[in-house]
Design a binder for this molecule. Structure first.
Ligand code: NAD
Length: 484
């Protein structure tokens, strides 16, 4: 049986216990599941496993809260969201620490910036409005396009950026007048449960609920008749399940999914100057980055020197437990992904590709550590080129001809992001314009902003997040026709 507990959200360093957040209350479950610190491979906490009934309660509470939340209007919702950002700010250090403990990412260079960016985005998005558009206005007729909230949004999130990717959904959904139920990844439930607990002290009951549990909660959400939209971030394979399941109730969907992003370093690039950007673009967050560089194409004229410099830079980066401030590369987040990434290493070894760095996992080391691995010029058909590795391995691929490299970049069924690097910006932009992706950066990577649409082409996504386009997807376009 579920137990309803007091709200307690004030401890400076949070050490549990963790509760679901439903209808403004912290709710215990009869079952829990273990949460593993990927840096040690050891269980360090237990998370509540929501039952199907508890998910239903969260959706019912969100549905009940929707009317009054939507009726508040933008300005009053903005006050609430800013109060939420203030509350998160007070818990910033513990949230970042929790994120490192459950996800593995380095505290100073990854976890703290993730929490800071999330808080800043809530404030910025809270200030945005979606106004009524006048489509036609003449002597006889006026047509208005209103953007009304949808109702209850179900958010399903992955384990690579559990705080940021969830709050990216919370802020635009709530400011537009929707309520939300979030289901975090079973691998990284704690930071989400914690920011959910914090929300209950600030937001009206039912506006933001959190239910953690196994993967089976996902299909329950995607089939739920009272959820109007699913905002999903995760793998393309799971995204296809979401599409199928959501069909029965014609849910709105935004799907942010997998990628196999190419970076193209042009023949004229000042390649020595961009080694660090390319390295972190690929290996940041241990390569568990949807828009990470997963294929690095360099021109033959500087290839050997580039590969040597890239490897030299990689050797200077310390791998280890993210709580150690000198560590720049953490573990892979979970055992399943660790085993998956090892299959790429096995394939590289089996095929005798040239490994310029790494390649061997130390089986005596505890935790899910894959050494940074650089594969030098494997064939285009190699598994490491064709599939999304989502780990700290990067293939450096040689090209001679621009037309050829554009073709190779575009052949993927994915089309999330990409980047082009060169001294002649116009030439680089011309290549960028021909990449079949949802996003492409020129001479920079991973810059984002609340007004910058973020989404995938081909099998990398459906819909977009951020920007006016992304915010509109949390609304229903309602046309009002008025005869004068
Ligand atoms: P995943 O697809 O395994 O899981 C994502 C979420 O879906 C989890 O919360 C999971 O519990 C849930 N889920 C599992 N089965 C479900 C089902 N049948 N119905 C509904 N929900 C279900 O993904 P992951 O391994 O957590 O994340 C890694 C993947 O996410 C990578 O492919 C990565 O590229 C992608 N990703 C994409 C973006 C983006 O913005 N495009 C961002 C981050 C990660």
């Amino acid at each position: 049986m579920a137990t309803v507990l007091e709200k307690t959200v004030t401890s400076p360093i949070f050490d549990g216990p963790y509760y679901l957040s439903i209808d403004g209350k912290l709710v215990q479950t009869s079952d829990t599941f273990p949460v593993i610190n990927p840096a040690t491979g050891q269980v360090f906490a237990h998370a509540p496993a929501a039952s199907a009934e508890q998910l239903d309660s969260a959706v019912a509470a969100a549905k009940k809260a929707f009317k009054s939340w939507a009726a508040l209007g933008y300005d009053r919702r903005e006050i609430y969201l800013n109060a939420y950002a203030d509350a998160l700010q007070q818990h910033r250090d513990e949230l970042a620490q929790l994120l490192t403990l459950e996800q593995g990412k380095p505290l100073k260079t990854m976890a703290e910036p993730e929490v800071d960016m999330s808080i800043s985005w809530i404030r910025q998005i809270a200030a945005r409005r979606i106004p009524v558009e006048i489509v036609e206005d003449n002597d006889s007729h006026r047509v208005e396009l209103h953007h009304t909230p949808l109702g209850v949004i179900g958010a399903i999130t992955p384990w690579n950026f559990p705080v940021l990717l969830a709050l990216w959904k919370v802020a635009p959904a709530l400011i537009a007048g929707n309520t939300m139920v979030i289901k975090p990844s079973p691998f990284t439930p704690l930071s989400t449960l914690r920011f959910g607990q914090i929300a209950q002290s600030v937001l009206p009951p039912g506006v933001l609920s959190i239910v953690s549990g196994g993967n089976e909660l996902g299909p329950q959400m995607t089939a739920h008749p009272d959820i109007a939209k699913i905002s999903f971030t995760g793998s393309t394979e799971t995204g296809k399940h979401v599409i199928r399941s959501a069909a029965a109730t014609v849910k709105r969907l935004t799907l942010e999914m997998g990628g196999n992003d190419a970076a193209i370093v042009m023949p004229d690039a000042d390649w020595q100057a961009i080694i660090a950007q390319l390295f972190w673009g690929a290996i940041g967050n241990s390569g568990q980055w949807c828009v990470g560089i997963k294929r690095l194409y360099v021109h033959r004229s500087f290839h050997p020197a580039f590969a040597a410099a890239f490897v030299d830079y990689a050797k200077q980066q310390k791998m280890g437990n993210g709580l150690d401030h000198e560590v720049m590369v953490g573990p892979v987040q979970n055992k399943m992904q660790f085993d998956k990434v090892k299959t790429f290493l096995d394939d590289i070894k089996r095929n005798g590709y040239t490994v310029a760095l790494g390649g061997e996992v130390d089986d005596n080391r505890s935790g899910y550590f894959i050494p940074v691995t650089v594969v030098d010029n494997p064939p285009e058909s190699a598994m490491i080129v064709q599939q999304e590795q989502f780990g700290p391995i990067v293939p450096i691929l040689v090209y001679d001809d621009i037309e050829d490299v554009i073709e190779r970049a575009n052949v993927s069924p994915f089309g999330l992001g990409g980047s082009v690097w060169g001294r002649d910006t116009q030439a680089a932009v011309a290549v960028a314009n021909r990449l079949e992706t949802g996003m492409v950066w020129v001479n920079e990577i991973h810059t984002q902003g609340i007004d910058v649409p973020f989404g995938g082409h081909k099998q990398s996504g459906l819909g977009t997040e951020h920007g006016h386009e992304g915010r509109l997807l949390f609304t229903n376009p309602k046309t009002v026709l008025i005869k004068k």
